[in-house]
Design a protein around this ligand. Structure first.
Ligand SMILES: Cc1ncc(COP(=O)(O)O)c(C=O)c1O
Length: 432
């Protein structure tokens, strides 16, 4: 382990007494009120006023007709994908998934929860490479994927780190090929594209209230749709698919995916602060952008022309020419300090030594051992000749390149400007 504390480059920096988190929950007090009310009224179950209110508030905020409260964003993704699978291919026999024998186009540089539910339903994800403009699914690679696999009818697409992807282009391609879209807006609650909230662009969309998200219920997620029949179906599936009968009667597969009224109480208390959290996150992103501008790094991209991110995580990517020597194995990495250069491993190590939490960029799915044999579609020579783009000898696709050179910075909205200045100082010293 590298000894950052005794490295002269870091002389004078003091370890943070309280850890600076990547992104931790920020409570305001109202959460307690709604949780207490649920307990006092004995609605300690998957039914209750908090659930109804969270569904109403979320649908209103995002601008969709129906929001269904579930136990997690992952559960919402599973049922969203199942809805689409059933619509496309019909109801499967018990014990079989709706997507068996079918390929699904999927975001590649994302959290695995985006894509795993394709497999829960028996489908095969085909990973689509990332573009540099927003770090999301590359529409050009998606077009190419339809050339290779013209029968595909479902696309699962995420907005990474709260920055909306190229929604118009992806929607146009989907419509041309008569494909459905599941939109994973887990990280992008309150982000807008051309003035419209993310969560509105999928045939069915999802949000997450996981503990690290813009607002949280400790856990929880929402499924969003404009189709009442779909909303009702998901409510039924999520409560074990009970039929309307005096006894437990089941005609289709069920799940225990409904949100609890206690969790919903936390979410209900959090939702009024969502925009406030977004403003705090934006200020953090701006402070990094200004504080790092003399270094050979760029911030995670923002397509200001079309979208307003929620700035959930501030990230940066190091210029290729300023990357020190580094090599990554499956679970570890090596790097060598070099004046004027650095790499994600060194910066994350430095931050950690002073009690601040950063994280590598989400490792692309096509690089994950579990998915390494799945198809992956990229544009040959991708990056070369494009703005911002540089492909080194060791990175042949955009996702691998961003993963290699990028990192997520401490983005907690309780971090003070003074603490952030220390974080910025540590990053500067890594390049000395
Ligand atoms: C992009 C993305 N999709 C899906 C999820 C899954 O949400 P949850 O943790 O609520 O299941 C997460 C995060 O947790 C995420 O970041």
């Amino acid at each position: 382990m590298y000894d950052f504390i005794n490295d002269l480059r870091f002389k004078g920096i003091e370890r943070f007494k309280n850890k600076i988190w990547l992104s931790s929950p920020t409570m305001h007090g109202d959460e307690q009120r709604w949780v207490d009310e649920a307990i006092q009224t004995n609605w300690v179950s998957t039914v209750g006023a908090n659930i109804n209110e969270v569904e109403r508030m979320t649908a209103e905020k995002v601008g969709r007709k129906y929001a269904v409260a579930l136990s997690a964003g992952t559960a919402a993704l599973h049922l969203a994908i199942k809805l689409c699978g059933e619509k496309l291919y019909g109801q499967p026999k018990v014990g079989h998934g709706t997507l068996e024998g079918h390929k699904v186009f999927a975001s590649d540089m994302t959290f695995d929860a985006t894509d795993n539910p394709i497999c829960y339903e028996g489908g095969e994800p085909v990973f689509i490479d990332t573009e540099y403009d927003t770090w999301n699914m590359d529409p050009e690679a998606l077009e190419k994927a339809f050339e290779i696999y013209p029968d595909v009818r479902l696309i699962v697409v995420a907005h990474l780190y709260g920055t909306p992807g190229k929604i118009d282009e992806i929607r146009a391609i989907a419509d041309f090929h008569n494909a459905l879209i599941v939109e994973d807006a887990a990280e992008s609650f309150c982000a807008t594209y051309k003035g419209i909230q993310t969560g509105c662009f999928g045939d069915v969309s999802i949000l997450s209230w996981n503990g690290n998200k813009l607002v949280t219920g400790s856990s929880g997620g929402m499924l969003l749709t404009d189709d009442q029949e779909w909303a009702n179906k998901v409510r039924k599936w999520s409560t074990q698919s009970r039929e309307d009968a005096p006894w437990y009667q089941h005609e289709e597969m069920g799940y225990n995916y409904r949100m609890s009224n206690i969790i919903a109480g936390i979410v209900r208390g959090q939702l009024p602060y969502a925009e406030n959290h977004k403003e705090q996150k934006k200020a953090i992103w701006m402070r990094y952008r200004d504080g790092l501008k003399d270094l050979p790094v760029s911030m995670n991209p923002v397509d200001f022309e079309n979208s307003e991110p929620n700035y959930w995580l501030s990230c940066c990517i190091i210029d290729e020419a300023a990357m020190c020597q580094t090599v990554r194995g499956e679970k570890d990495e090596l790097w060598a300090t070099e004046p004027g250069k650095s790499c994600p491993g060194e910066i994350l190590g430095g931050l950690s030594a002073f009690n601040a939490e950063g994280r590598p960029i989400w490792k692309p799915m096509h690089m994950q051992p579990i998915y390494r044999t799945n198809p992956f579609v990229t544009i040959e020579g991708n990056g070369r000749g494009r703005t911002n783009a540089y492909i080194s000898g060791s990175s042949v696709d955009v996702g691998a390149d961003v993963f290699r050179r990028g990192l997520c910075l401490p983005s907690d909205n309780k971090m003070t400007p003074e603490q952030q200045d220390v974080v910025i100082d540590i990053i500067h010293r890594c390049f000395r």
